[in-house]
Each structure stands twice: as structure tokens, then as C-alpha cells.
Design a protein around this ligand. Structure first.
Ligand code: SER
Length: 628
């Protein structure tokens, strides 16, 4: 089966079991300042896992495009990618362990045809100190399945990764681990902030007997060993706990959150431990072989990095991101630069991103209509960054000329070249040697230290961002959210129906709104829009919501939606209506939350003000506005 067929089979399988197929969320979370990217299918569903009712019901499923920027430096081996699709299914207080475990088994073995002998699982060993019990229930369900299939099903207590590599597999099939089998967005139970949901999980692994254990990863192999002999295919999280000031309590409802890597399942289906050989990636690898006139077999690292990074950058561009020095734009820039730098390794010195992006678009277009729609803009945006970087490379070379006048070059100098000029260290050292310049003896240690310091800084930053952000549904957040609806309506009133939302982002300081419109807005237009919003705030519209069938909401009622959002069968519609009327001023499909009436936006004498209007990408304008 191809990856495309597996995606479809998975969604069909869960649809047949009563699940609504919900649209993917954009890679840039819309109303969640706690994280830069959508990194799992459950992330946009947190409010529902916490107990809010989902308009599409209690059984949901989708294939969620994900980006995990923290894995960027791991890319190059046969299984890590920054961009991937996560096949997900969720039970919101509906089915639980028994159904989930037997379905995932049925899907992998009977629908995909994986070799059941080669499937191994892990379960949670519990944490007595925190009052979290060992998950003997999941282990028991697995035990029954394995024995019914005539497989040995020995249970082995492992504990930590370290103990795993000390004692090995011990002929087990069901293994108990500690923190490794606990899942929350923040990681270990101790690290979770209050208000965060989590739970024990059970993970499935596939054994590739053709891969030999690499002792660099520990004396013995075990299912969680990183040597690549076992690959994790999916994770069933039984999300039933909430962290509180008093410790862990049960959530009002028990949920299931399953997530599995489409790419990895597709690789298992063709019995190849190399995910880059699946139908979503191999055509890109083949193109790189052609462009470089080199074989993949002897150039795996650069070809994998380029394939992964340009897939990620393509989807970022589809979802409205463009390369910049900040936030998501910075990650996109880094991805493109790394791709260009690795292309150097392959000897591809001509602009090549257009060709590769076209190939990626060909692969995804049939299943993602938004890729077809934005293909042209995406290619323009990526190619522009490629060209700019080739210039940066030249600036870096000039900086090197300056350094050449010093008696020796330090690791810190190399780090500056890397960090400020985007100059890859391999290129710097190559230049330095070929010019006969001298490097300080300890340059490598200095460079690594500077790198580690920078990593530490960004780790601390992202941790802070995460923890701070979880409380982000505060008052100011709601106000900006409500202001965003008023702005959207005012833009349509002023500029017409060409205006369609392409993205929105809210911080404590401002709102940001991207929308389609072909030209820069004039000063007069901006003033009109501000005036309309302020007038609607003053009118003190009542904010309310109700659920409707999607077709009715969008077609009959004319509720506004966002480009790229595909909705489930039913949606939540927010209305903002004058007190003396029953005709809403604004109707918009949205998850909330909002303030209860619009006059709250002017509390403290504040007014709605547009502070910036600029181009976001071709045909898309961006407005930043504040309540001040
Ligand atoms: N949230 C879990 C994960 O990301 C399962 O969907 O692995």
C-alpha cells in the first residue's frame, strides 16, 4: 500500500467505527500562543479533551500535518523528520482502552498487513509517589490479543531507557516503562503545569530484524532503543488525568488520544526502515539524484535533510508562513537555509528549490486542495528565500575575508559566521583550510560551547513560552479574539467579498489578521475600518454562540469561515448582535472563547487601533491591531 492509500484506509476504518473526520488544523496554531507549531493531532483538541463539547461529536479522526522543529538536527537518519502527518483518532469520554487497543491492532495487522510477529508494545509502569497506577489493564488487553493470535506475550518490567539497554529484550513482548509511557504536552508528570491534561499511554513498535543493533546506543537493544531496530508506529494515550495544585485528579471524562506517524506506518508496509523510501518522499529523493547526478545510497544524509526540510517549508508556506527572523518565519528560514547548505554538499549550486517544490506539490495536490490553490505563491516564496540566502552566503564570505587578517580564527568567530551570516560550519572550515588560514586549536570546543549556550537560551525561551501560554485564555485574549471578528466583518464591509481570512494570531499585546486582498490598503480605508470596529464596540453587541450543520451555517446563514479550514458535519457559530435587534452584525464559524458583549473591549477608555498593514505573502495582506 502507498502512504496515500494508508491515509485513506485509516480514515475509512475510523469512519466505519462512528468517527467524524475533522479537518486538519494549520501548522501555525490559530489561537494558541503556547506553542509555535501544531506538533500533534491532539493539540488543537485540548479544550475538548478538558471537557468542552466538540461540535462533531465524541468520536473524531483525521490526518494532522505536524511540525516538530525541535527535531531539526536529528533529521538525516532513516526515521526522523520535522514534518509528518499524524494519523489520529479520539474518544471524548466515549470508548476507552478495550476498543482502542483492539482497533489499532486490527488496523495494523488486517488492514495494512503488518507482520504480527514483529509487533511489540509498551505500557505504563506507574508512579507510586504521585498516586498514578501501573497500567495492567492495557497490558491485559494486549496479552489477550497476542495469545489469541498464537503469539508469545511475556510481560517484562523495564523502567528507564538505561535499564532497557542494560537488560535488553528478555524475550518479552509487552514491556513496562516509567515516564516514557506517560504523555502530556509538557512531558513527565512532574513537569506538567496545573490545568494540563495527561495520562498513561501504550505504544506500538515494529521490529526490523534486518537492522543490526548498534552498541553506540547501549549494550543491548530494547523496544525504546534509539538504534533504529525498533520503530515506534503509534501511541494510544489514555487521557484521564488533570494536574492540579493538589496533585493528579481524574478528568470529568476518560478520553483516548491516538497518534501514529503516517510515514512510519507506510515504511513498515513496504518493509523498509527508511521512511524516505515511501511514496510521499521517494519521488523527491529521485529528483535530487537527478539534479546532483549522485546516488542516494552514498548521499543519504543531505538528500534526507533536503527532502524533509523542503516538505516542511512547503507546508509552512501553504499555511501562510513566510521566511523571516521571527517565530515561525525563523524556523522556515532555517529549514530553507539548511536545505541549500546540504545541496552544496551534493554539488547542487544552481537554484534548485523551484524544481523540488514543484515535485512536492505534485505529490500532495490530489489530497490537499490548498496545495493546488497556493502552489504558485509557495514556489515564489521559497525561491525568493533561496536566492536571498545565496547572497547571505556571499556576505559570509566577505566576513571571512576580514577574519583572514587575524592571526588565527576562533570557534567563537565560526559561531558568529554560523549564527549571524547563516554560514554553515563545514563551509567555513573548508574555506579556512583552502585559504591556508589558521584555526585556534580549541576551535571545535569553543564552537560547541557557543552552540550549547544558544540552545540553552532557546530551550529556556520555549519552555517559558509554553508555561506562560497555557493560561492564555485570559481576558485580554478573549477581547482580542472578539475584536478579530469585528475586524473581519469591517474588512468585508469596506473592501468587499474578496476578503477571506487566511490566518489569525493573538498574543497578550495585539491581534494579527491575514486576509486575501490584492492591494495595499489606503489610509482612508484603514480609518474607515477602525471607525466601523469602534462603532460596533460602542453599540455593545451581544456575543452568543450556537451549533449548526456546517452547510447551513456557511451557505444559508452566510457565516464567515477561514480559508483552508475544512469543517466537520456541525460547527459552532458565534454571533454578535445589537441589543435592539435579532439580526446579527457578525456571524462567524469559530471555537471561541469570546467576551460576552463588545463594550468590554473599550473598558478603561480603550479604542481599537490598527498599528500595521503590510503584505504577508502574494495576494495576502496582514493587519496588526491593538486595544489601547
Ligand atoms: N498526543 C500523542 C502524541 O503526540 C498521541 O496523539 O504522541
Amino acid at each position: 500500500m502507498t502512504a496515500q492509500e494508508i491515509r485513506k484506509a485509516y480514515l475509512d476504518f475510523f469512519k466505519a467505527r462512528g468517527h467524524s473526520i475533522i479537518p486538519r488544523a494549520l501548522l501555525v496554531p490559530q489561537d494558541d500562543p503556547s506553542t509555535l507549531f501544531t506538533g500533534s493531532g491532539m493539540q488543537p483538541l485540548v479544550p475538548y479533551l478538558l471537557g468542552q463539547e466538540h461540535p462533531s461529536g465524541t468520536r473524531l479522526s483525521n490526518s494532522q500535518t505536524c511540525l516538530r522543529a525541535q527535531d531539526i538536527e536529528e533529521v538525516g537518519d532513516n526515521r526522523h523528520t520535522t514534518f509528518f502527518e499524524m494519523l489520529g483518532n479520539w474518544s471524548l469520554g466515549d470508548y476507552f482502552k478495550q476498543e482502542q487497543i483492539s482497533w489499532v491492532w486490527d488496523f495494523m495487522v488486517n488492514k495494512i498487513g503488518l507482520d504480527k510477529q514483529r509487533i511489540f508494545v509498551s505500557c505504563y509502569s506507574g508512579n507510586a509517589k504521585l498516586g498514578l497506577p501501573k497500567d495492567t489493564e492495557s497490558a491485559g488487553i494486549w496479552h489477550e490479543i497476542f495469545t489469541a493470535e498464537g503469539l508469545d506475550a511475556k510481560q517484562v518490567e523495564i523502567g528507564t531507557q538505561e535499564q532497557g539497554s542494560k537488560h535488553g529484550e528478555q524475550s518479552g513482548r509487552i514491556f513496562f516503562y516509567g515516564d516514557k509511557n506517560w504523555w502530556s504536552r509538557a512531558g513527565r508528570p512532574e513537569e506538567m503545569p496545573e490545568g494540563e491534561p495527561g495520562g498513561p499511554d501504550t505504544e506500538l513498535f515494529y521490529l526490523y530484524p534486518q537492522v543490526k543493533h548498534n552498541p553506540a546506543y547501549g549494550a543491548y537493544c530494547h523496544i525504546n532503543c534509539d538504534c533504529g531496530r525498533y520503530i515506534e508506529l503509534g501511541n494510544c494515550v489514555f487521557m484521564e488525568y488533570l494536574k492540579t495544585a493538589m496533585g493528579f485528579v481524574k478528568l470529568p471524562k476518560r478520553n483516548v488520544d491516538y497518534g501514529g506517524g503516517l510515514e512510519r506506518v507506510a515504511a513498515a508496509a513496504i518493509d523498509d526502515p527508511d521512511v524516505y523510501m515511501i511514496s510521499l518522499m521517494q519521488p523527491v529523493v529521485n529528483l535530487l539524484e537527478k539534479l546532483s547526478n549522485k546516488a542516494y545510497a552514498s548521499n543519504t544524509t543531505p538528500m534526507r535533510v533536503i527532502t524533509d526540510h523542503l516538505r516542511a517549508a512547503t507546508f509552512l508556506a501553504v499555511d501562510g508562513v513566510s521566511a523571516s527572523n521571527k517565530e515561525q518565519g525563523y524556523v522556515m528560514r532555517r529549514l530553507i537555509r539548511r536545505a541549500v547548505r546540504f545541496a552544496f554538499d551534493l554539488g547542487i549550486e544552481q537554484n534548485f528549490i523551484e524544481d523540488v517544490t514543484n515535485k512536492i506539490a505534485d505529490i500532495y495536490e490530489p489530497d490537499f486542495p490548498e496545495v493546488a490553490l497556493r502552489r504558485h505563491q509557495v514556489i515564489t516564496s521559497l525561491s525568493k528565500e533561496e536566492k536571498a540566502f545565496r547572497q547571505t552566503l556571499r556576505k559570509g564570505l566577505r566576513q571571512l575575508d576580514k577574519l583572514a587578517k587575524q592571526s588565527s580564527i576562533s570557534g567563537q568567530d565560526l559561531f558568529t559566521l554560523y549564527d549571524t551570516y547563516g554560514f554553515p560550519i563545514e563551509l567555513s572550515t573548508e574555506e579556512i583550510y583552502s585559504r591556508g588560514l589558521k584555526l585556534e586549536d580549541s576551535w571545535r570546543v569553543q564552537f560547541d560551547k557557543a552552540m550549547e549556550r544558544q540552545r540553552e537560551r532557546s530551550r529556556t525561551a520555549s519552555k517559558g513560552e509554553f508555561k506562560g501560554g497555557l493560561g492564555g485564555h485570559g481576558d485580554i485574549h478573549k477581547k482580542y479574539h472578539t475584536a478579530t471578528h469585528l475586524l473581519y466583518k469591517a474588512l468585508r464591509d469596506t473592501l468587499g467579498d474578496t476578503v477571506v481570512q487566511h490566518g489569525s494570531n493573538i498574543t497578550e499585546e495585539r491581534l494579527r489578521f491575514d486576509f486575501s486582498y490584492p492591494a495595499k490598503l489606503t489610509k482612508e480605508q484603514l480609518e474607515t475600518i477602525e471607525d466601523i470596529v469602534n462603532a460596533q464596540i460602542k453599540r455593545d453587541l451581544i456575543v452568543a454562540w450556537a451549533e449548526y450543520p456546517t452547510a447551513k451555517a456557511l451557505n444559508e446563514m452566510g457565516a464567515l469561515g477561514a480559508f483552508g479550514d475544512r469543517y466537520g458535519d456541525r460547527v459552532k457559530v458565534y454571533s454578535m448582535t445589537p441589543k435592539d435587534s435579532n439580526k446579527p452584525y457578525s456571524l462567524e464559524v469559530c471555537g471561541g472563547p469570546h467576551v460576552e458583549h463588545t463594550a468590554l473591549l473599550s473598558e478603561g477608555g480603550k479604542r481599537f487601533k490598527i498599528i500595521k498593514e503590510e503584505s504577508s505573502s502574494a495576494g495576502i495582506r496582514r493587519i496588526k491591531a491593538v486595544l489601547a
